[in-house]
Design a protein around this ligand. Structure first.
Ligand code: SF4
Length: 301
């Protein structure tokens, strides 16, 4: 049996569901039961009936799946596949910001650790961040850990004060897009769609700003076949091409999330064979973080 066939057989034997993020390698996306952005996968994790979830992504995503499914076994094929953006925020930074802004709500991007989520009032994704912030009664909102996303929210919700923590928090994959990329895309032609994690000036120079799930919706709703410049992680081009083969998608070849690429067929197979690596979260963190995620699932539709 090939590695791929063994994964499919083991998936059935273990009663497992494989969830994969849009930035995973093509061979992983092909084998997954569901491919999506953080929000879609969080919802899917809550609805799945399998006893095991194998999360092909980075640790905060697998933690989110575990928090929403405490009774299920959640596995991540690579223990050290983490998100460098999430790792820029600590619980101490949140406590400090709360002290400085006692009346503010804390809205954390889903790209944060479970330990940080336990200190949040509500979680958001890039797709629903604006909806979530608008729905809160507080006028001051602490947002972390992505300062570019915080600036995006501030632009859409000007009547509230957005406080970004840490001040320069960013994702190195999205922060690498620049004026030069905008100029090259304009010269090439086609619509420019950037992710809210890109720098504010790159967002302003784009035609559309959208989460990865939003990018799929935009292309789906476009009436004619088109050319698109996709300003997010490179593999999103593969995902879009799979869904819309007649369209053209230009990506930046070095916009690569190294941690997303750590998951391979070999370690996915090992994960199913040995039931490794199980995501374990202390119960108190689990309970508090769950409240913040559930609130997002209610108000962030
Ligand atoms: S692309 Fe950026 S935000 Fe997403 S997992 Fe990688 S480092 Fe984190």
């Amino acid at each position: 049996m090939s590695r791929k066939e063994r994964i499919i057989a083991l998936k059935k034997a273990r009663d497992a569901t494989i969830l994969a993020h849009n930035y995973q390698l093509p061979e992983i996306q092909e084998l997954a039961d569901v491919v999506g952005d953080s929000y879609e996968l969080a919802r899917e994790a809550r609805n799945t009936h399998s006893s095991v979830i194998v999360f092909c992504g980075v640790l905060f995503m697998a933690e989110t799946a575990k928090i929403l499914n405490p009774e299920k076994k959640v596995l991540i094929p690579v223990r050290d596949a983490t998100c460098p953006l999430a790792d820029q925020l600590t619980p101490a930074m949140i406590r400090d910001a709360k002290k400085r802004h006692p009346g503010a709500a804390v809205v954390l991007y889903i790209n944060s650790t479970a330990a940080c989520k336990a200190h949040a009032d509500v979680i958001c994704t890039s797709a629903n961040a604006v909806t979530v912030v608008k729905a809160l009664p507080e006028q001051e909102v602490i947002v972390g850990p992505d300062a570019n996303l915080a600036a995006y929210i501030q632009g859409k919700v000007p009547d509230k004060k957005i406080i970004a923590i840490p001040p320069g928090g960013h994702c190195y994959v999205h922060d690498c897009f620049s004026q030069k990329d905008l100029e090259a895309a304009r010269a090439r032609g086609g619509t420019i769609i950037s992710h809210p994690e890109c720098r504010p000036e790159v967002q302003r120079g784009s035609d559309i700003v959208a989460s990865t799930g939003g990018m799929i919706r935009v292309v789906r709703e476009h009436e004619s076949v088109g050319a698109w410049n996709i300003f997010t992680e490179k593999e999103m081009g593969y995902r879009l091409k799979t869904l819309y083969p007649d369209h053209t998608f230009n990506v930046k070849d070095d916009a690569i999330c190294k941690d997303m690429k750590k998951t391979t067929l070999a370690n996915l197979l090992a994960s199913l064979e040995k039931e490794q690596f199980e995501v374990v979260i202390p119960p108190d963190i689990m309970q508090k973080a769950r409240g913040a995620i559930e609130r997002m699932l209610v108000i962030g539709r």
